[in-house]
Design a protein around this ligand. Structure first.
Ligand SMILES: [Zn+2]
Length: 61
């Protein structure tokens, strides 16, 4: 699963709500590149990106 924000592949699964996901939602992932936290929800048979925390690494370098 690529990051939907930056396309990076450096995403890890994190476990915010371990009992909270079901067949309709995938585990929460965090991008190691841009900091985006998201998961995929299945809505009406379509995968939908559910942004939990916007990308937020403000390194001004
Ligand atoms: Zn990213």
């Amino acid at each position: 699963m690529k990051c939907p924000n930056c396309g990076g592949r450096d995403a890890v699964e994190i476990d915010l709500h371990s009992e909270g996901f079901s067949a309709e939602t995938s585990p929460v992932k965090e991008c190691g590149t841009c900091g985006l936290v998201w998961r995929i929800k299945v809505v009406g048979g379509q995968n939908e990106v559910d942004i939990i925390k916007p990308a937020g690494k403000t390194t001004s370098s």
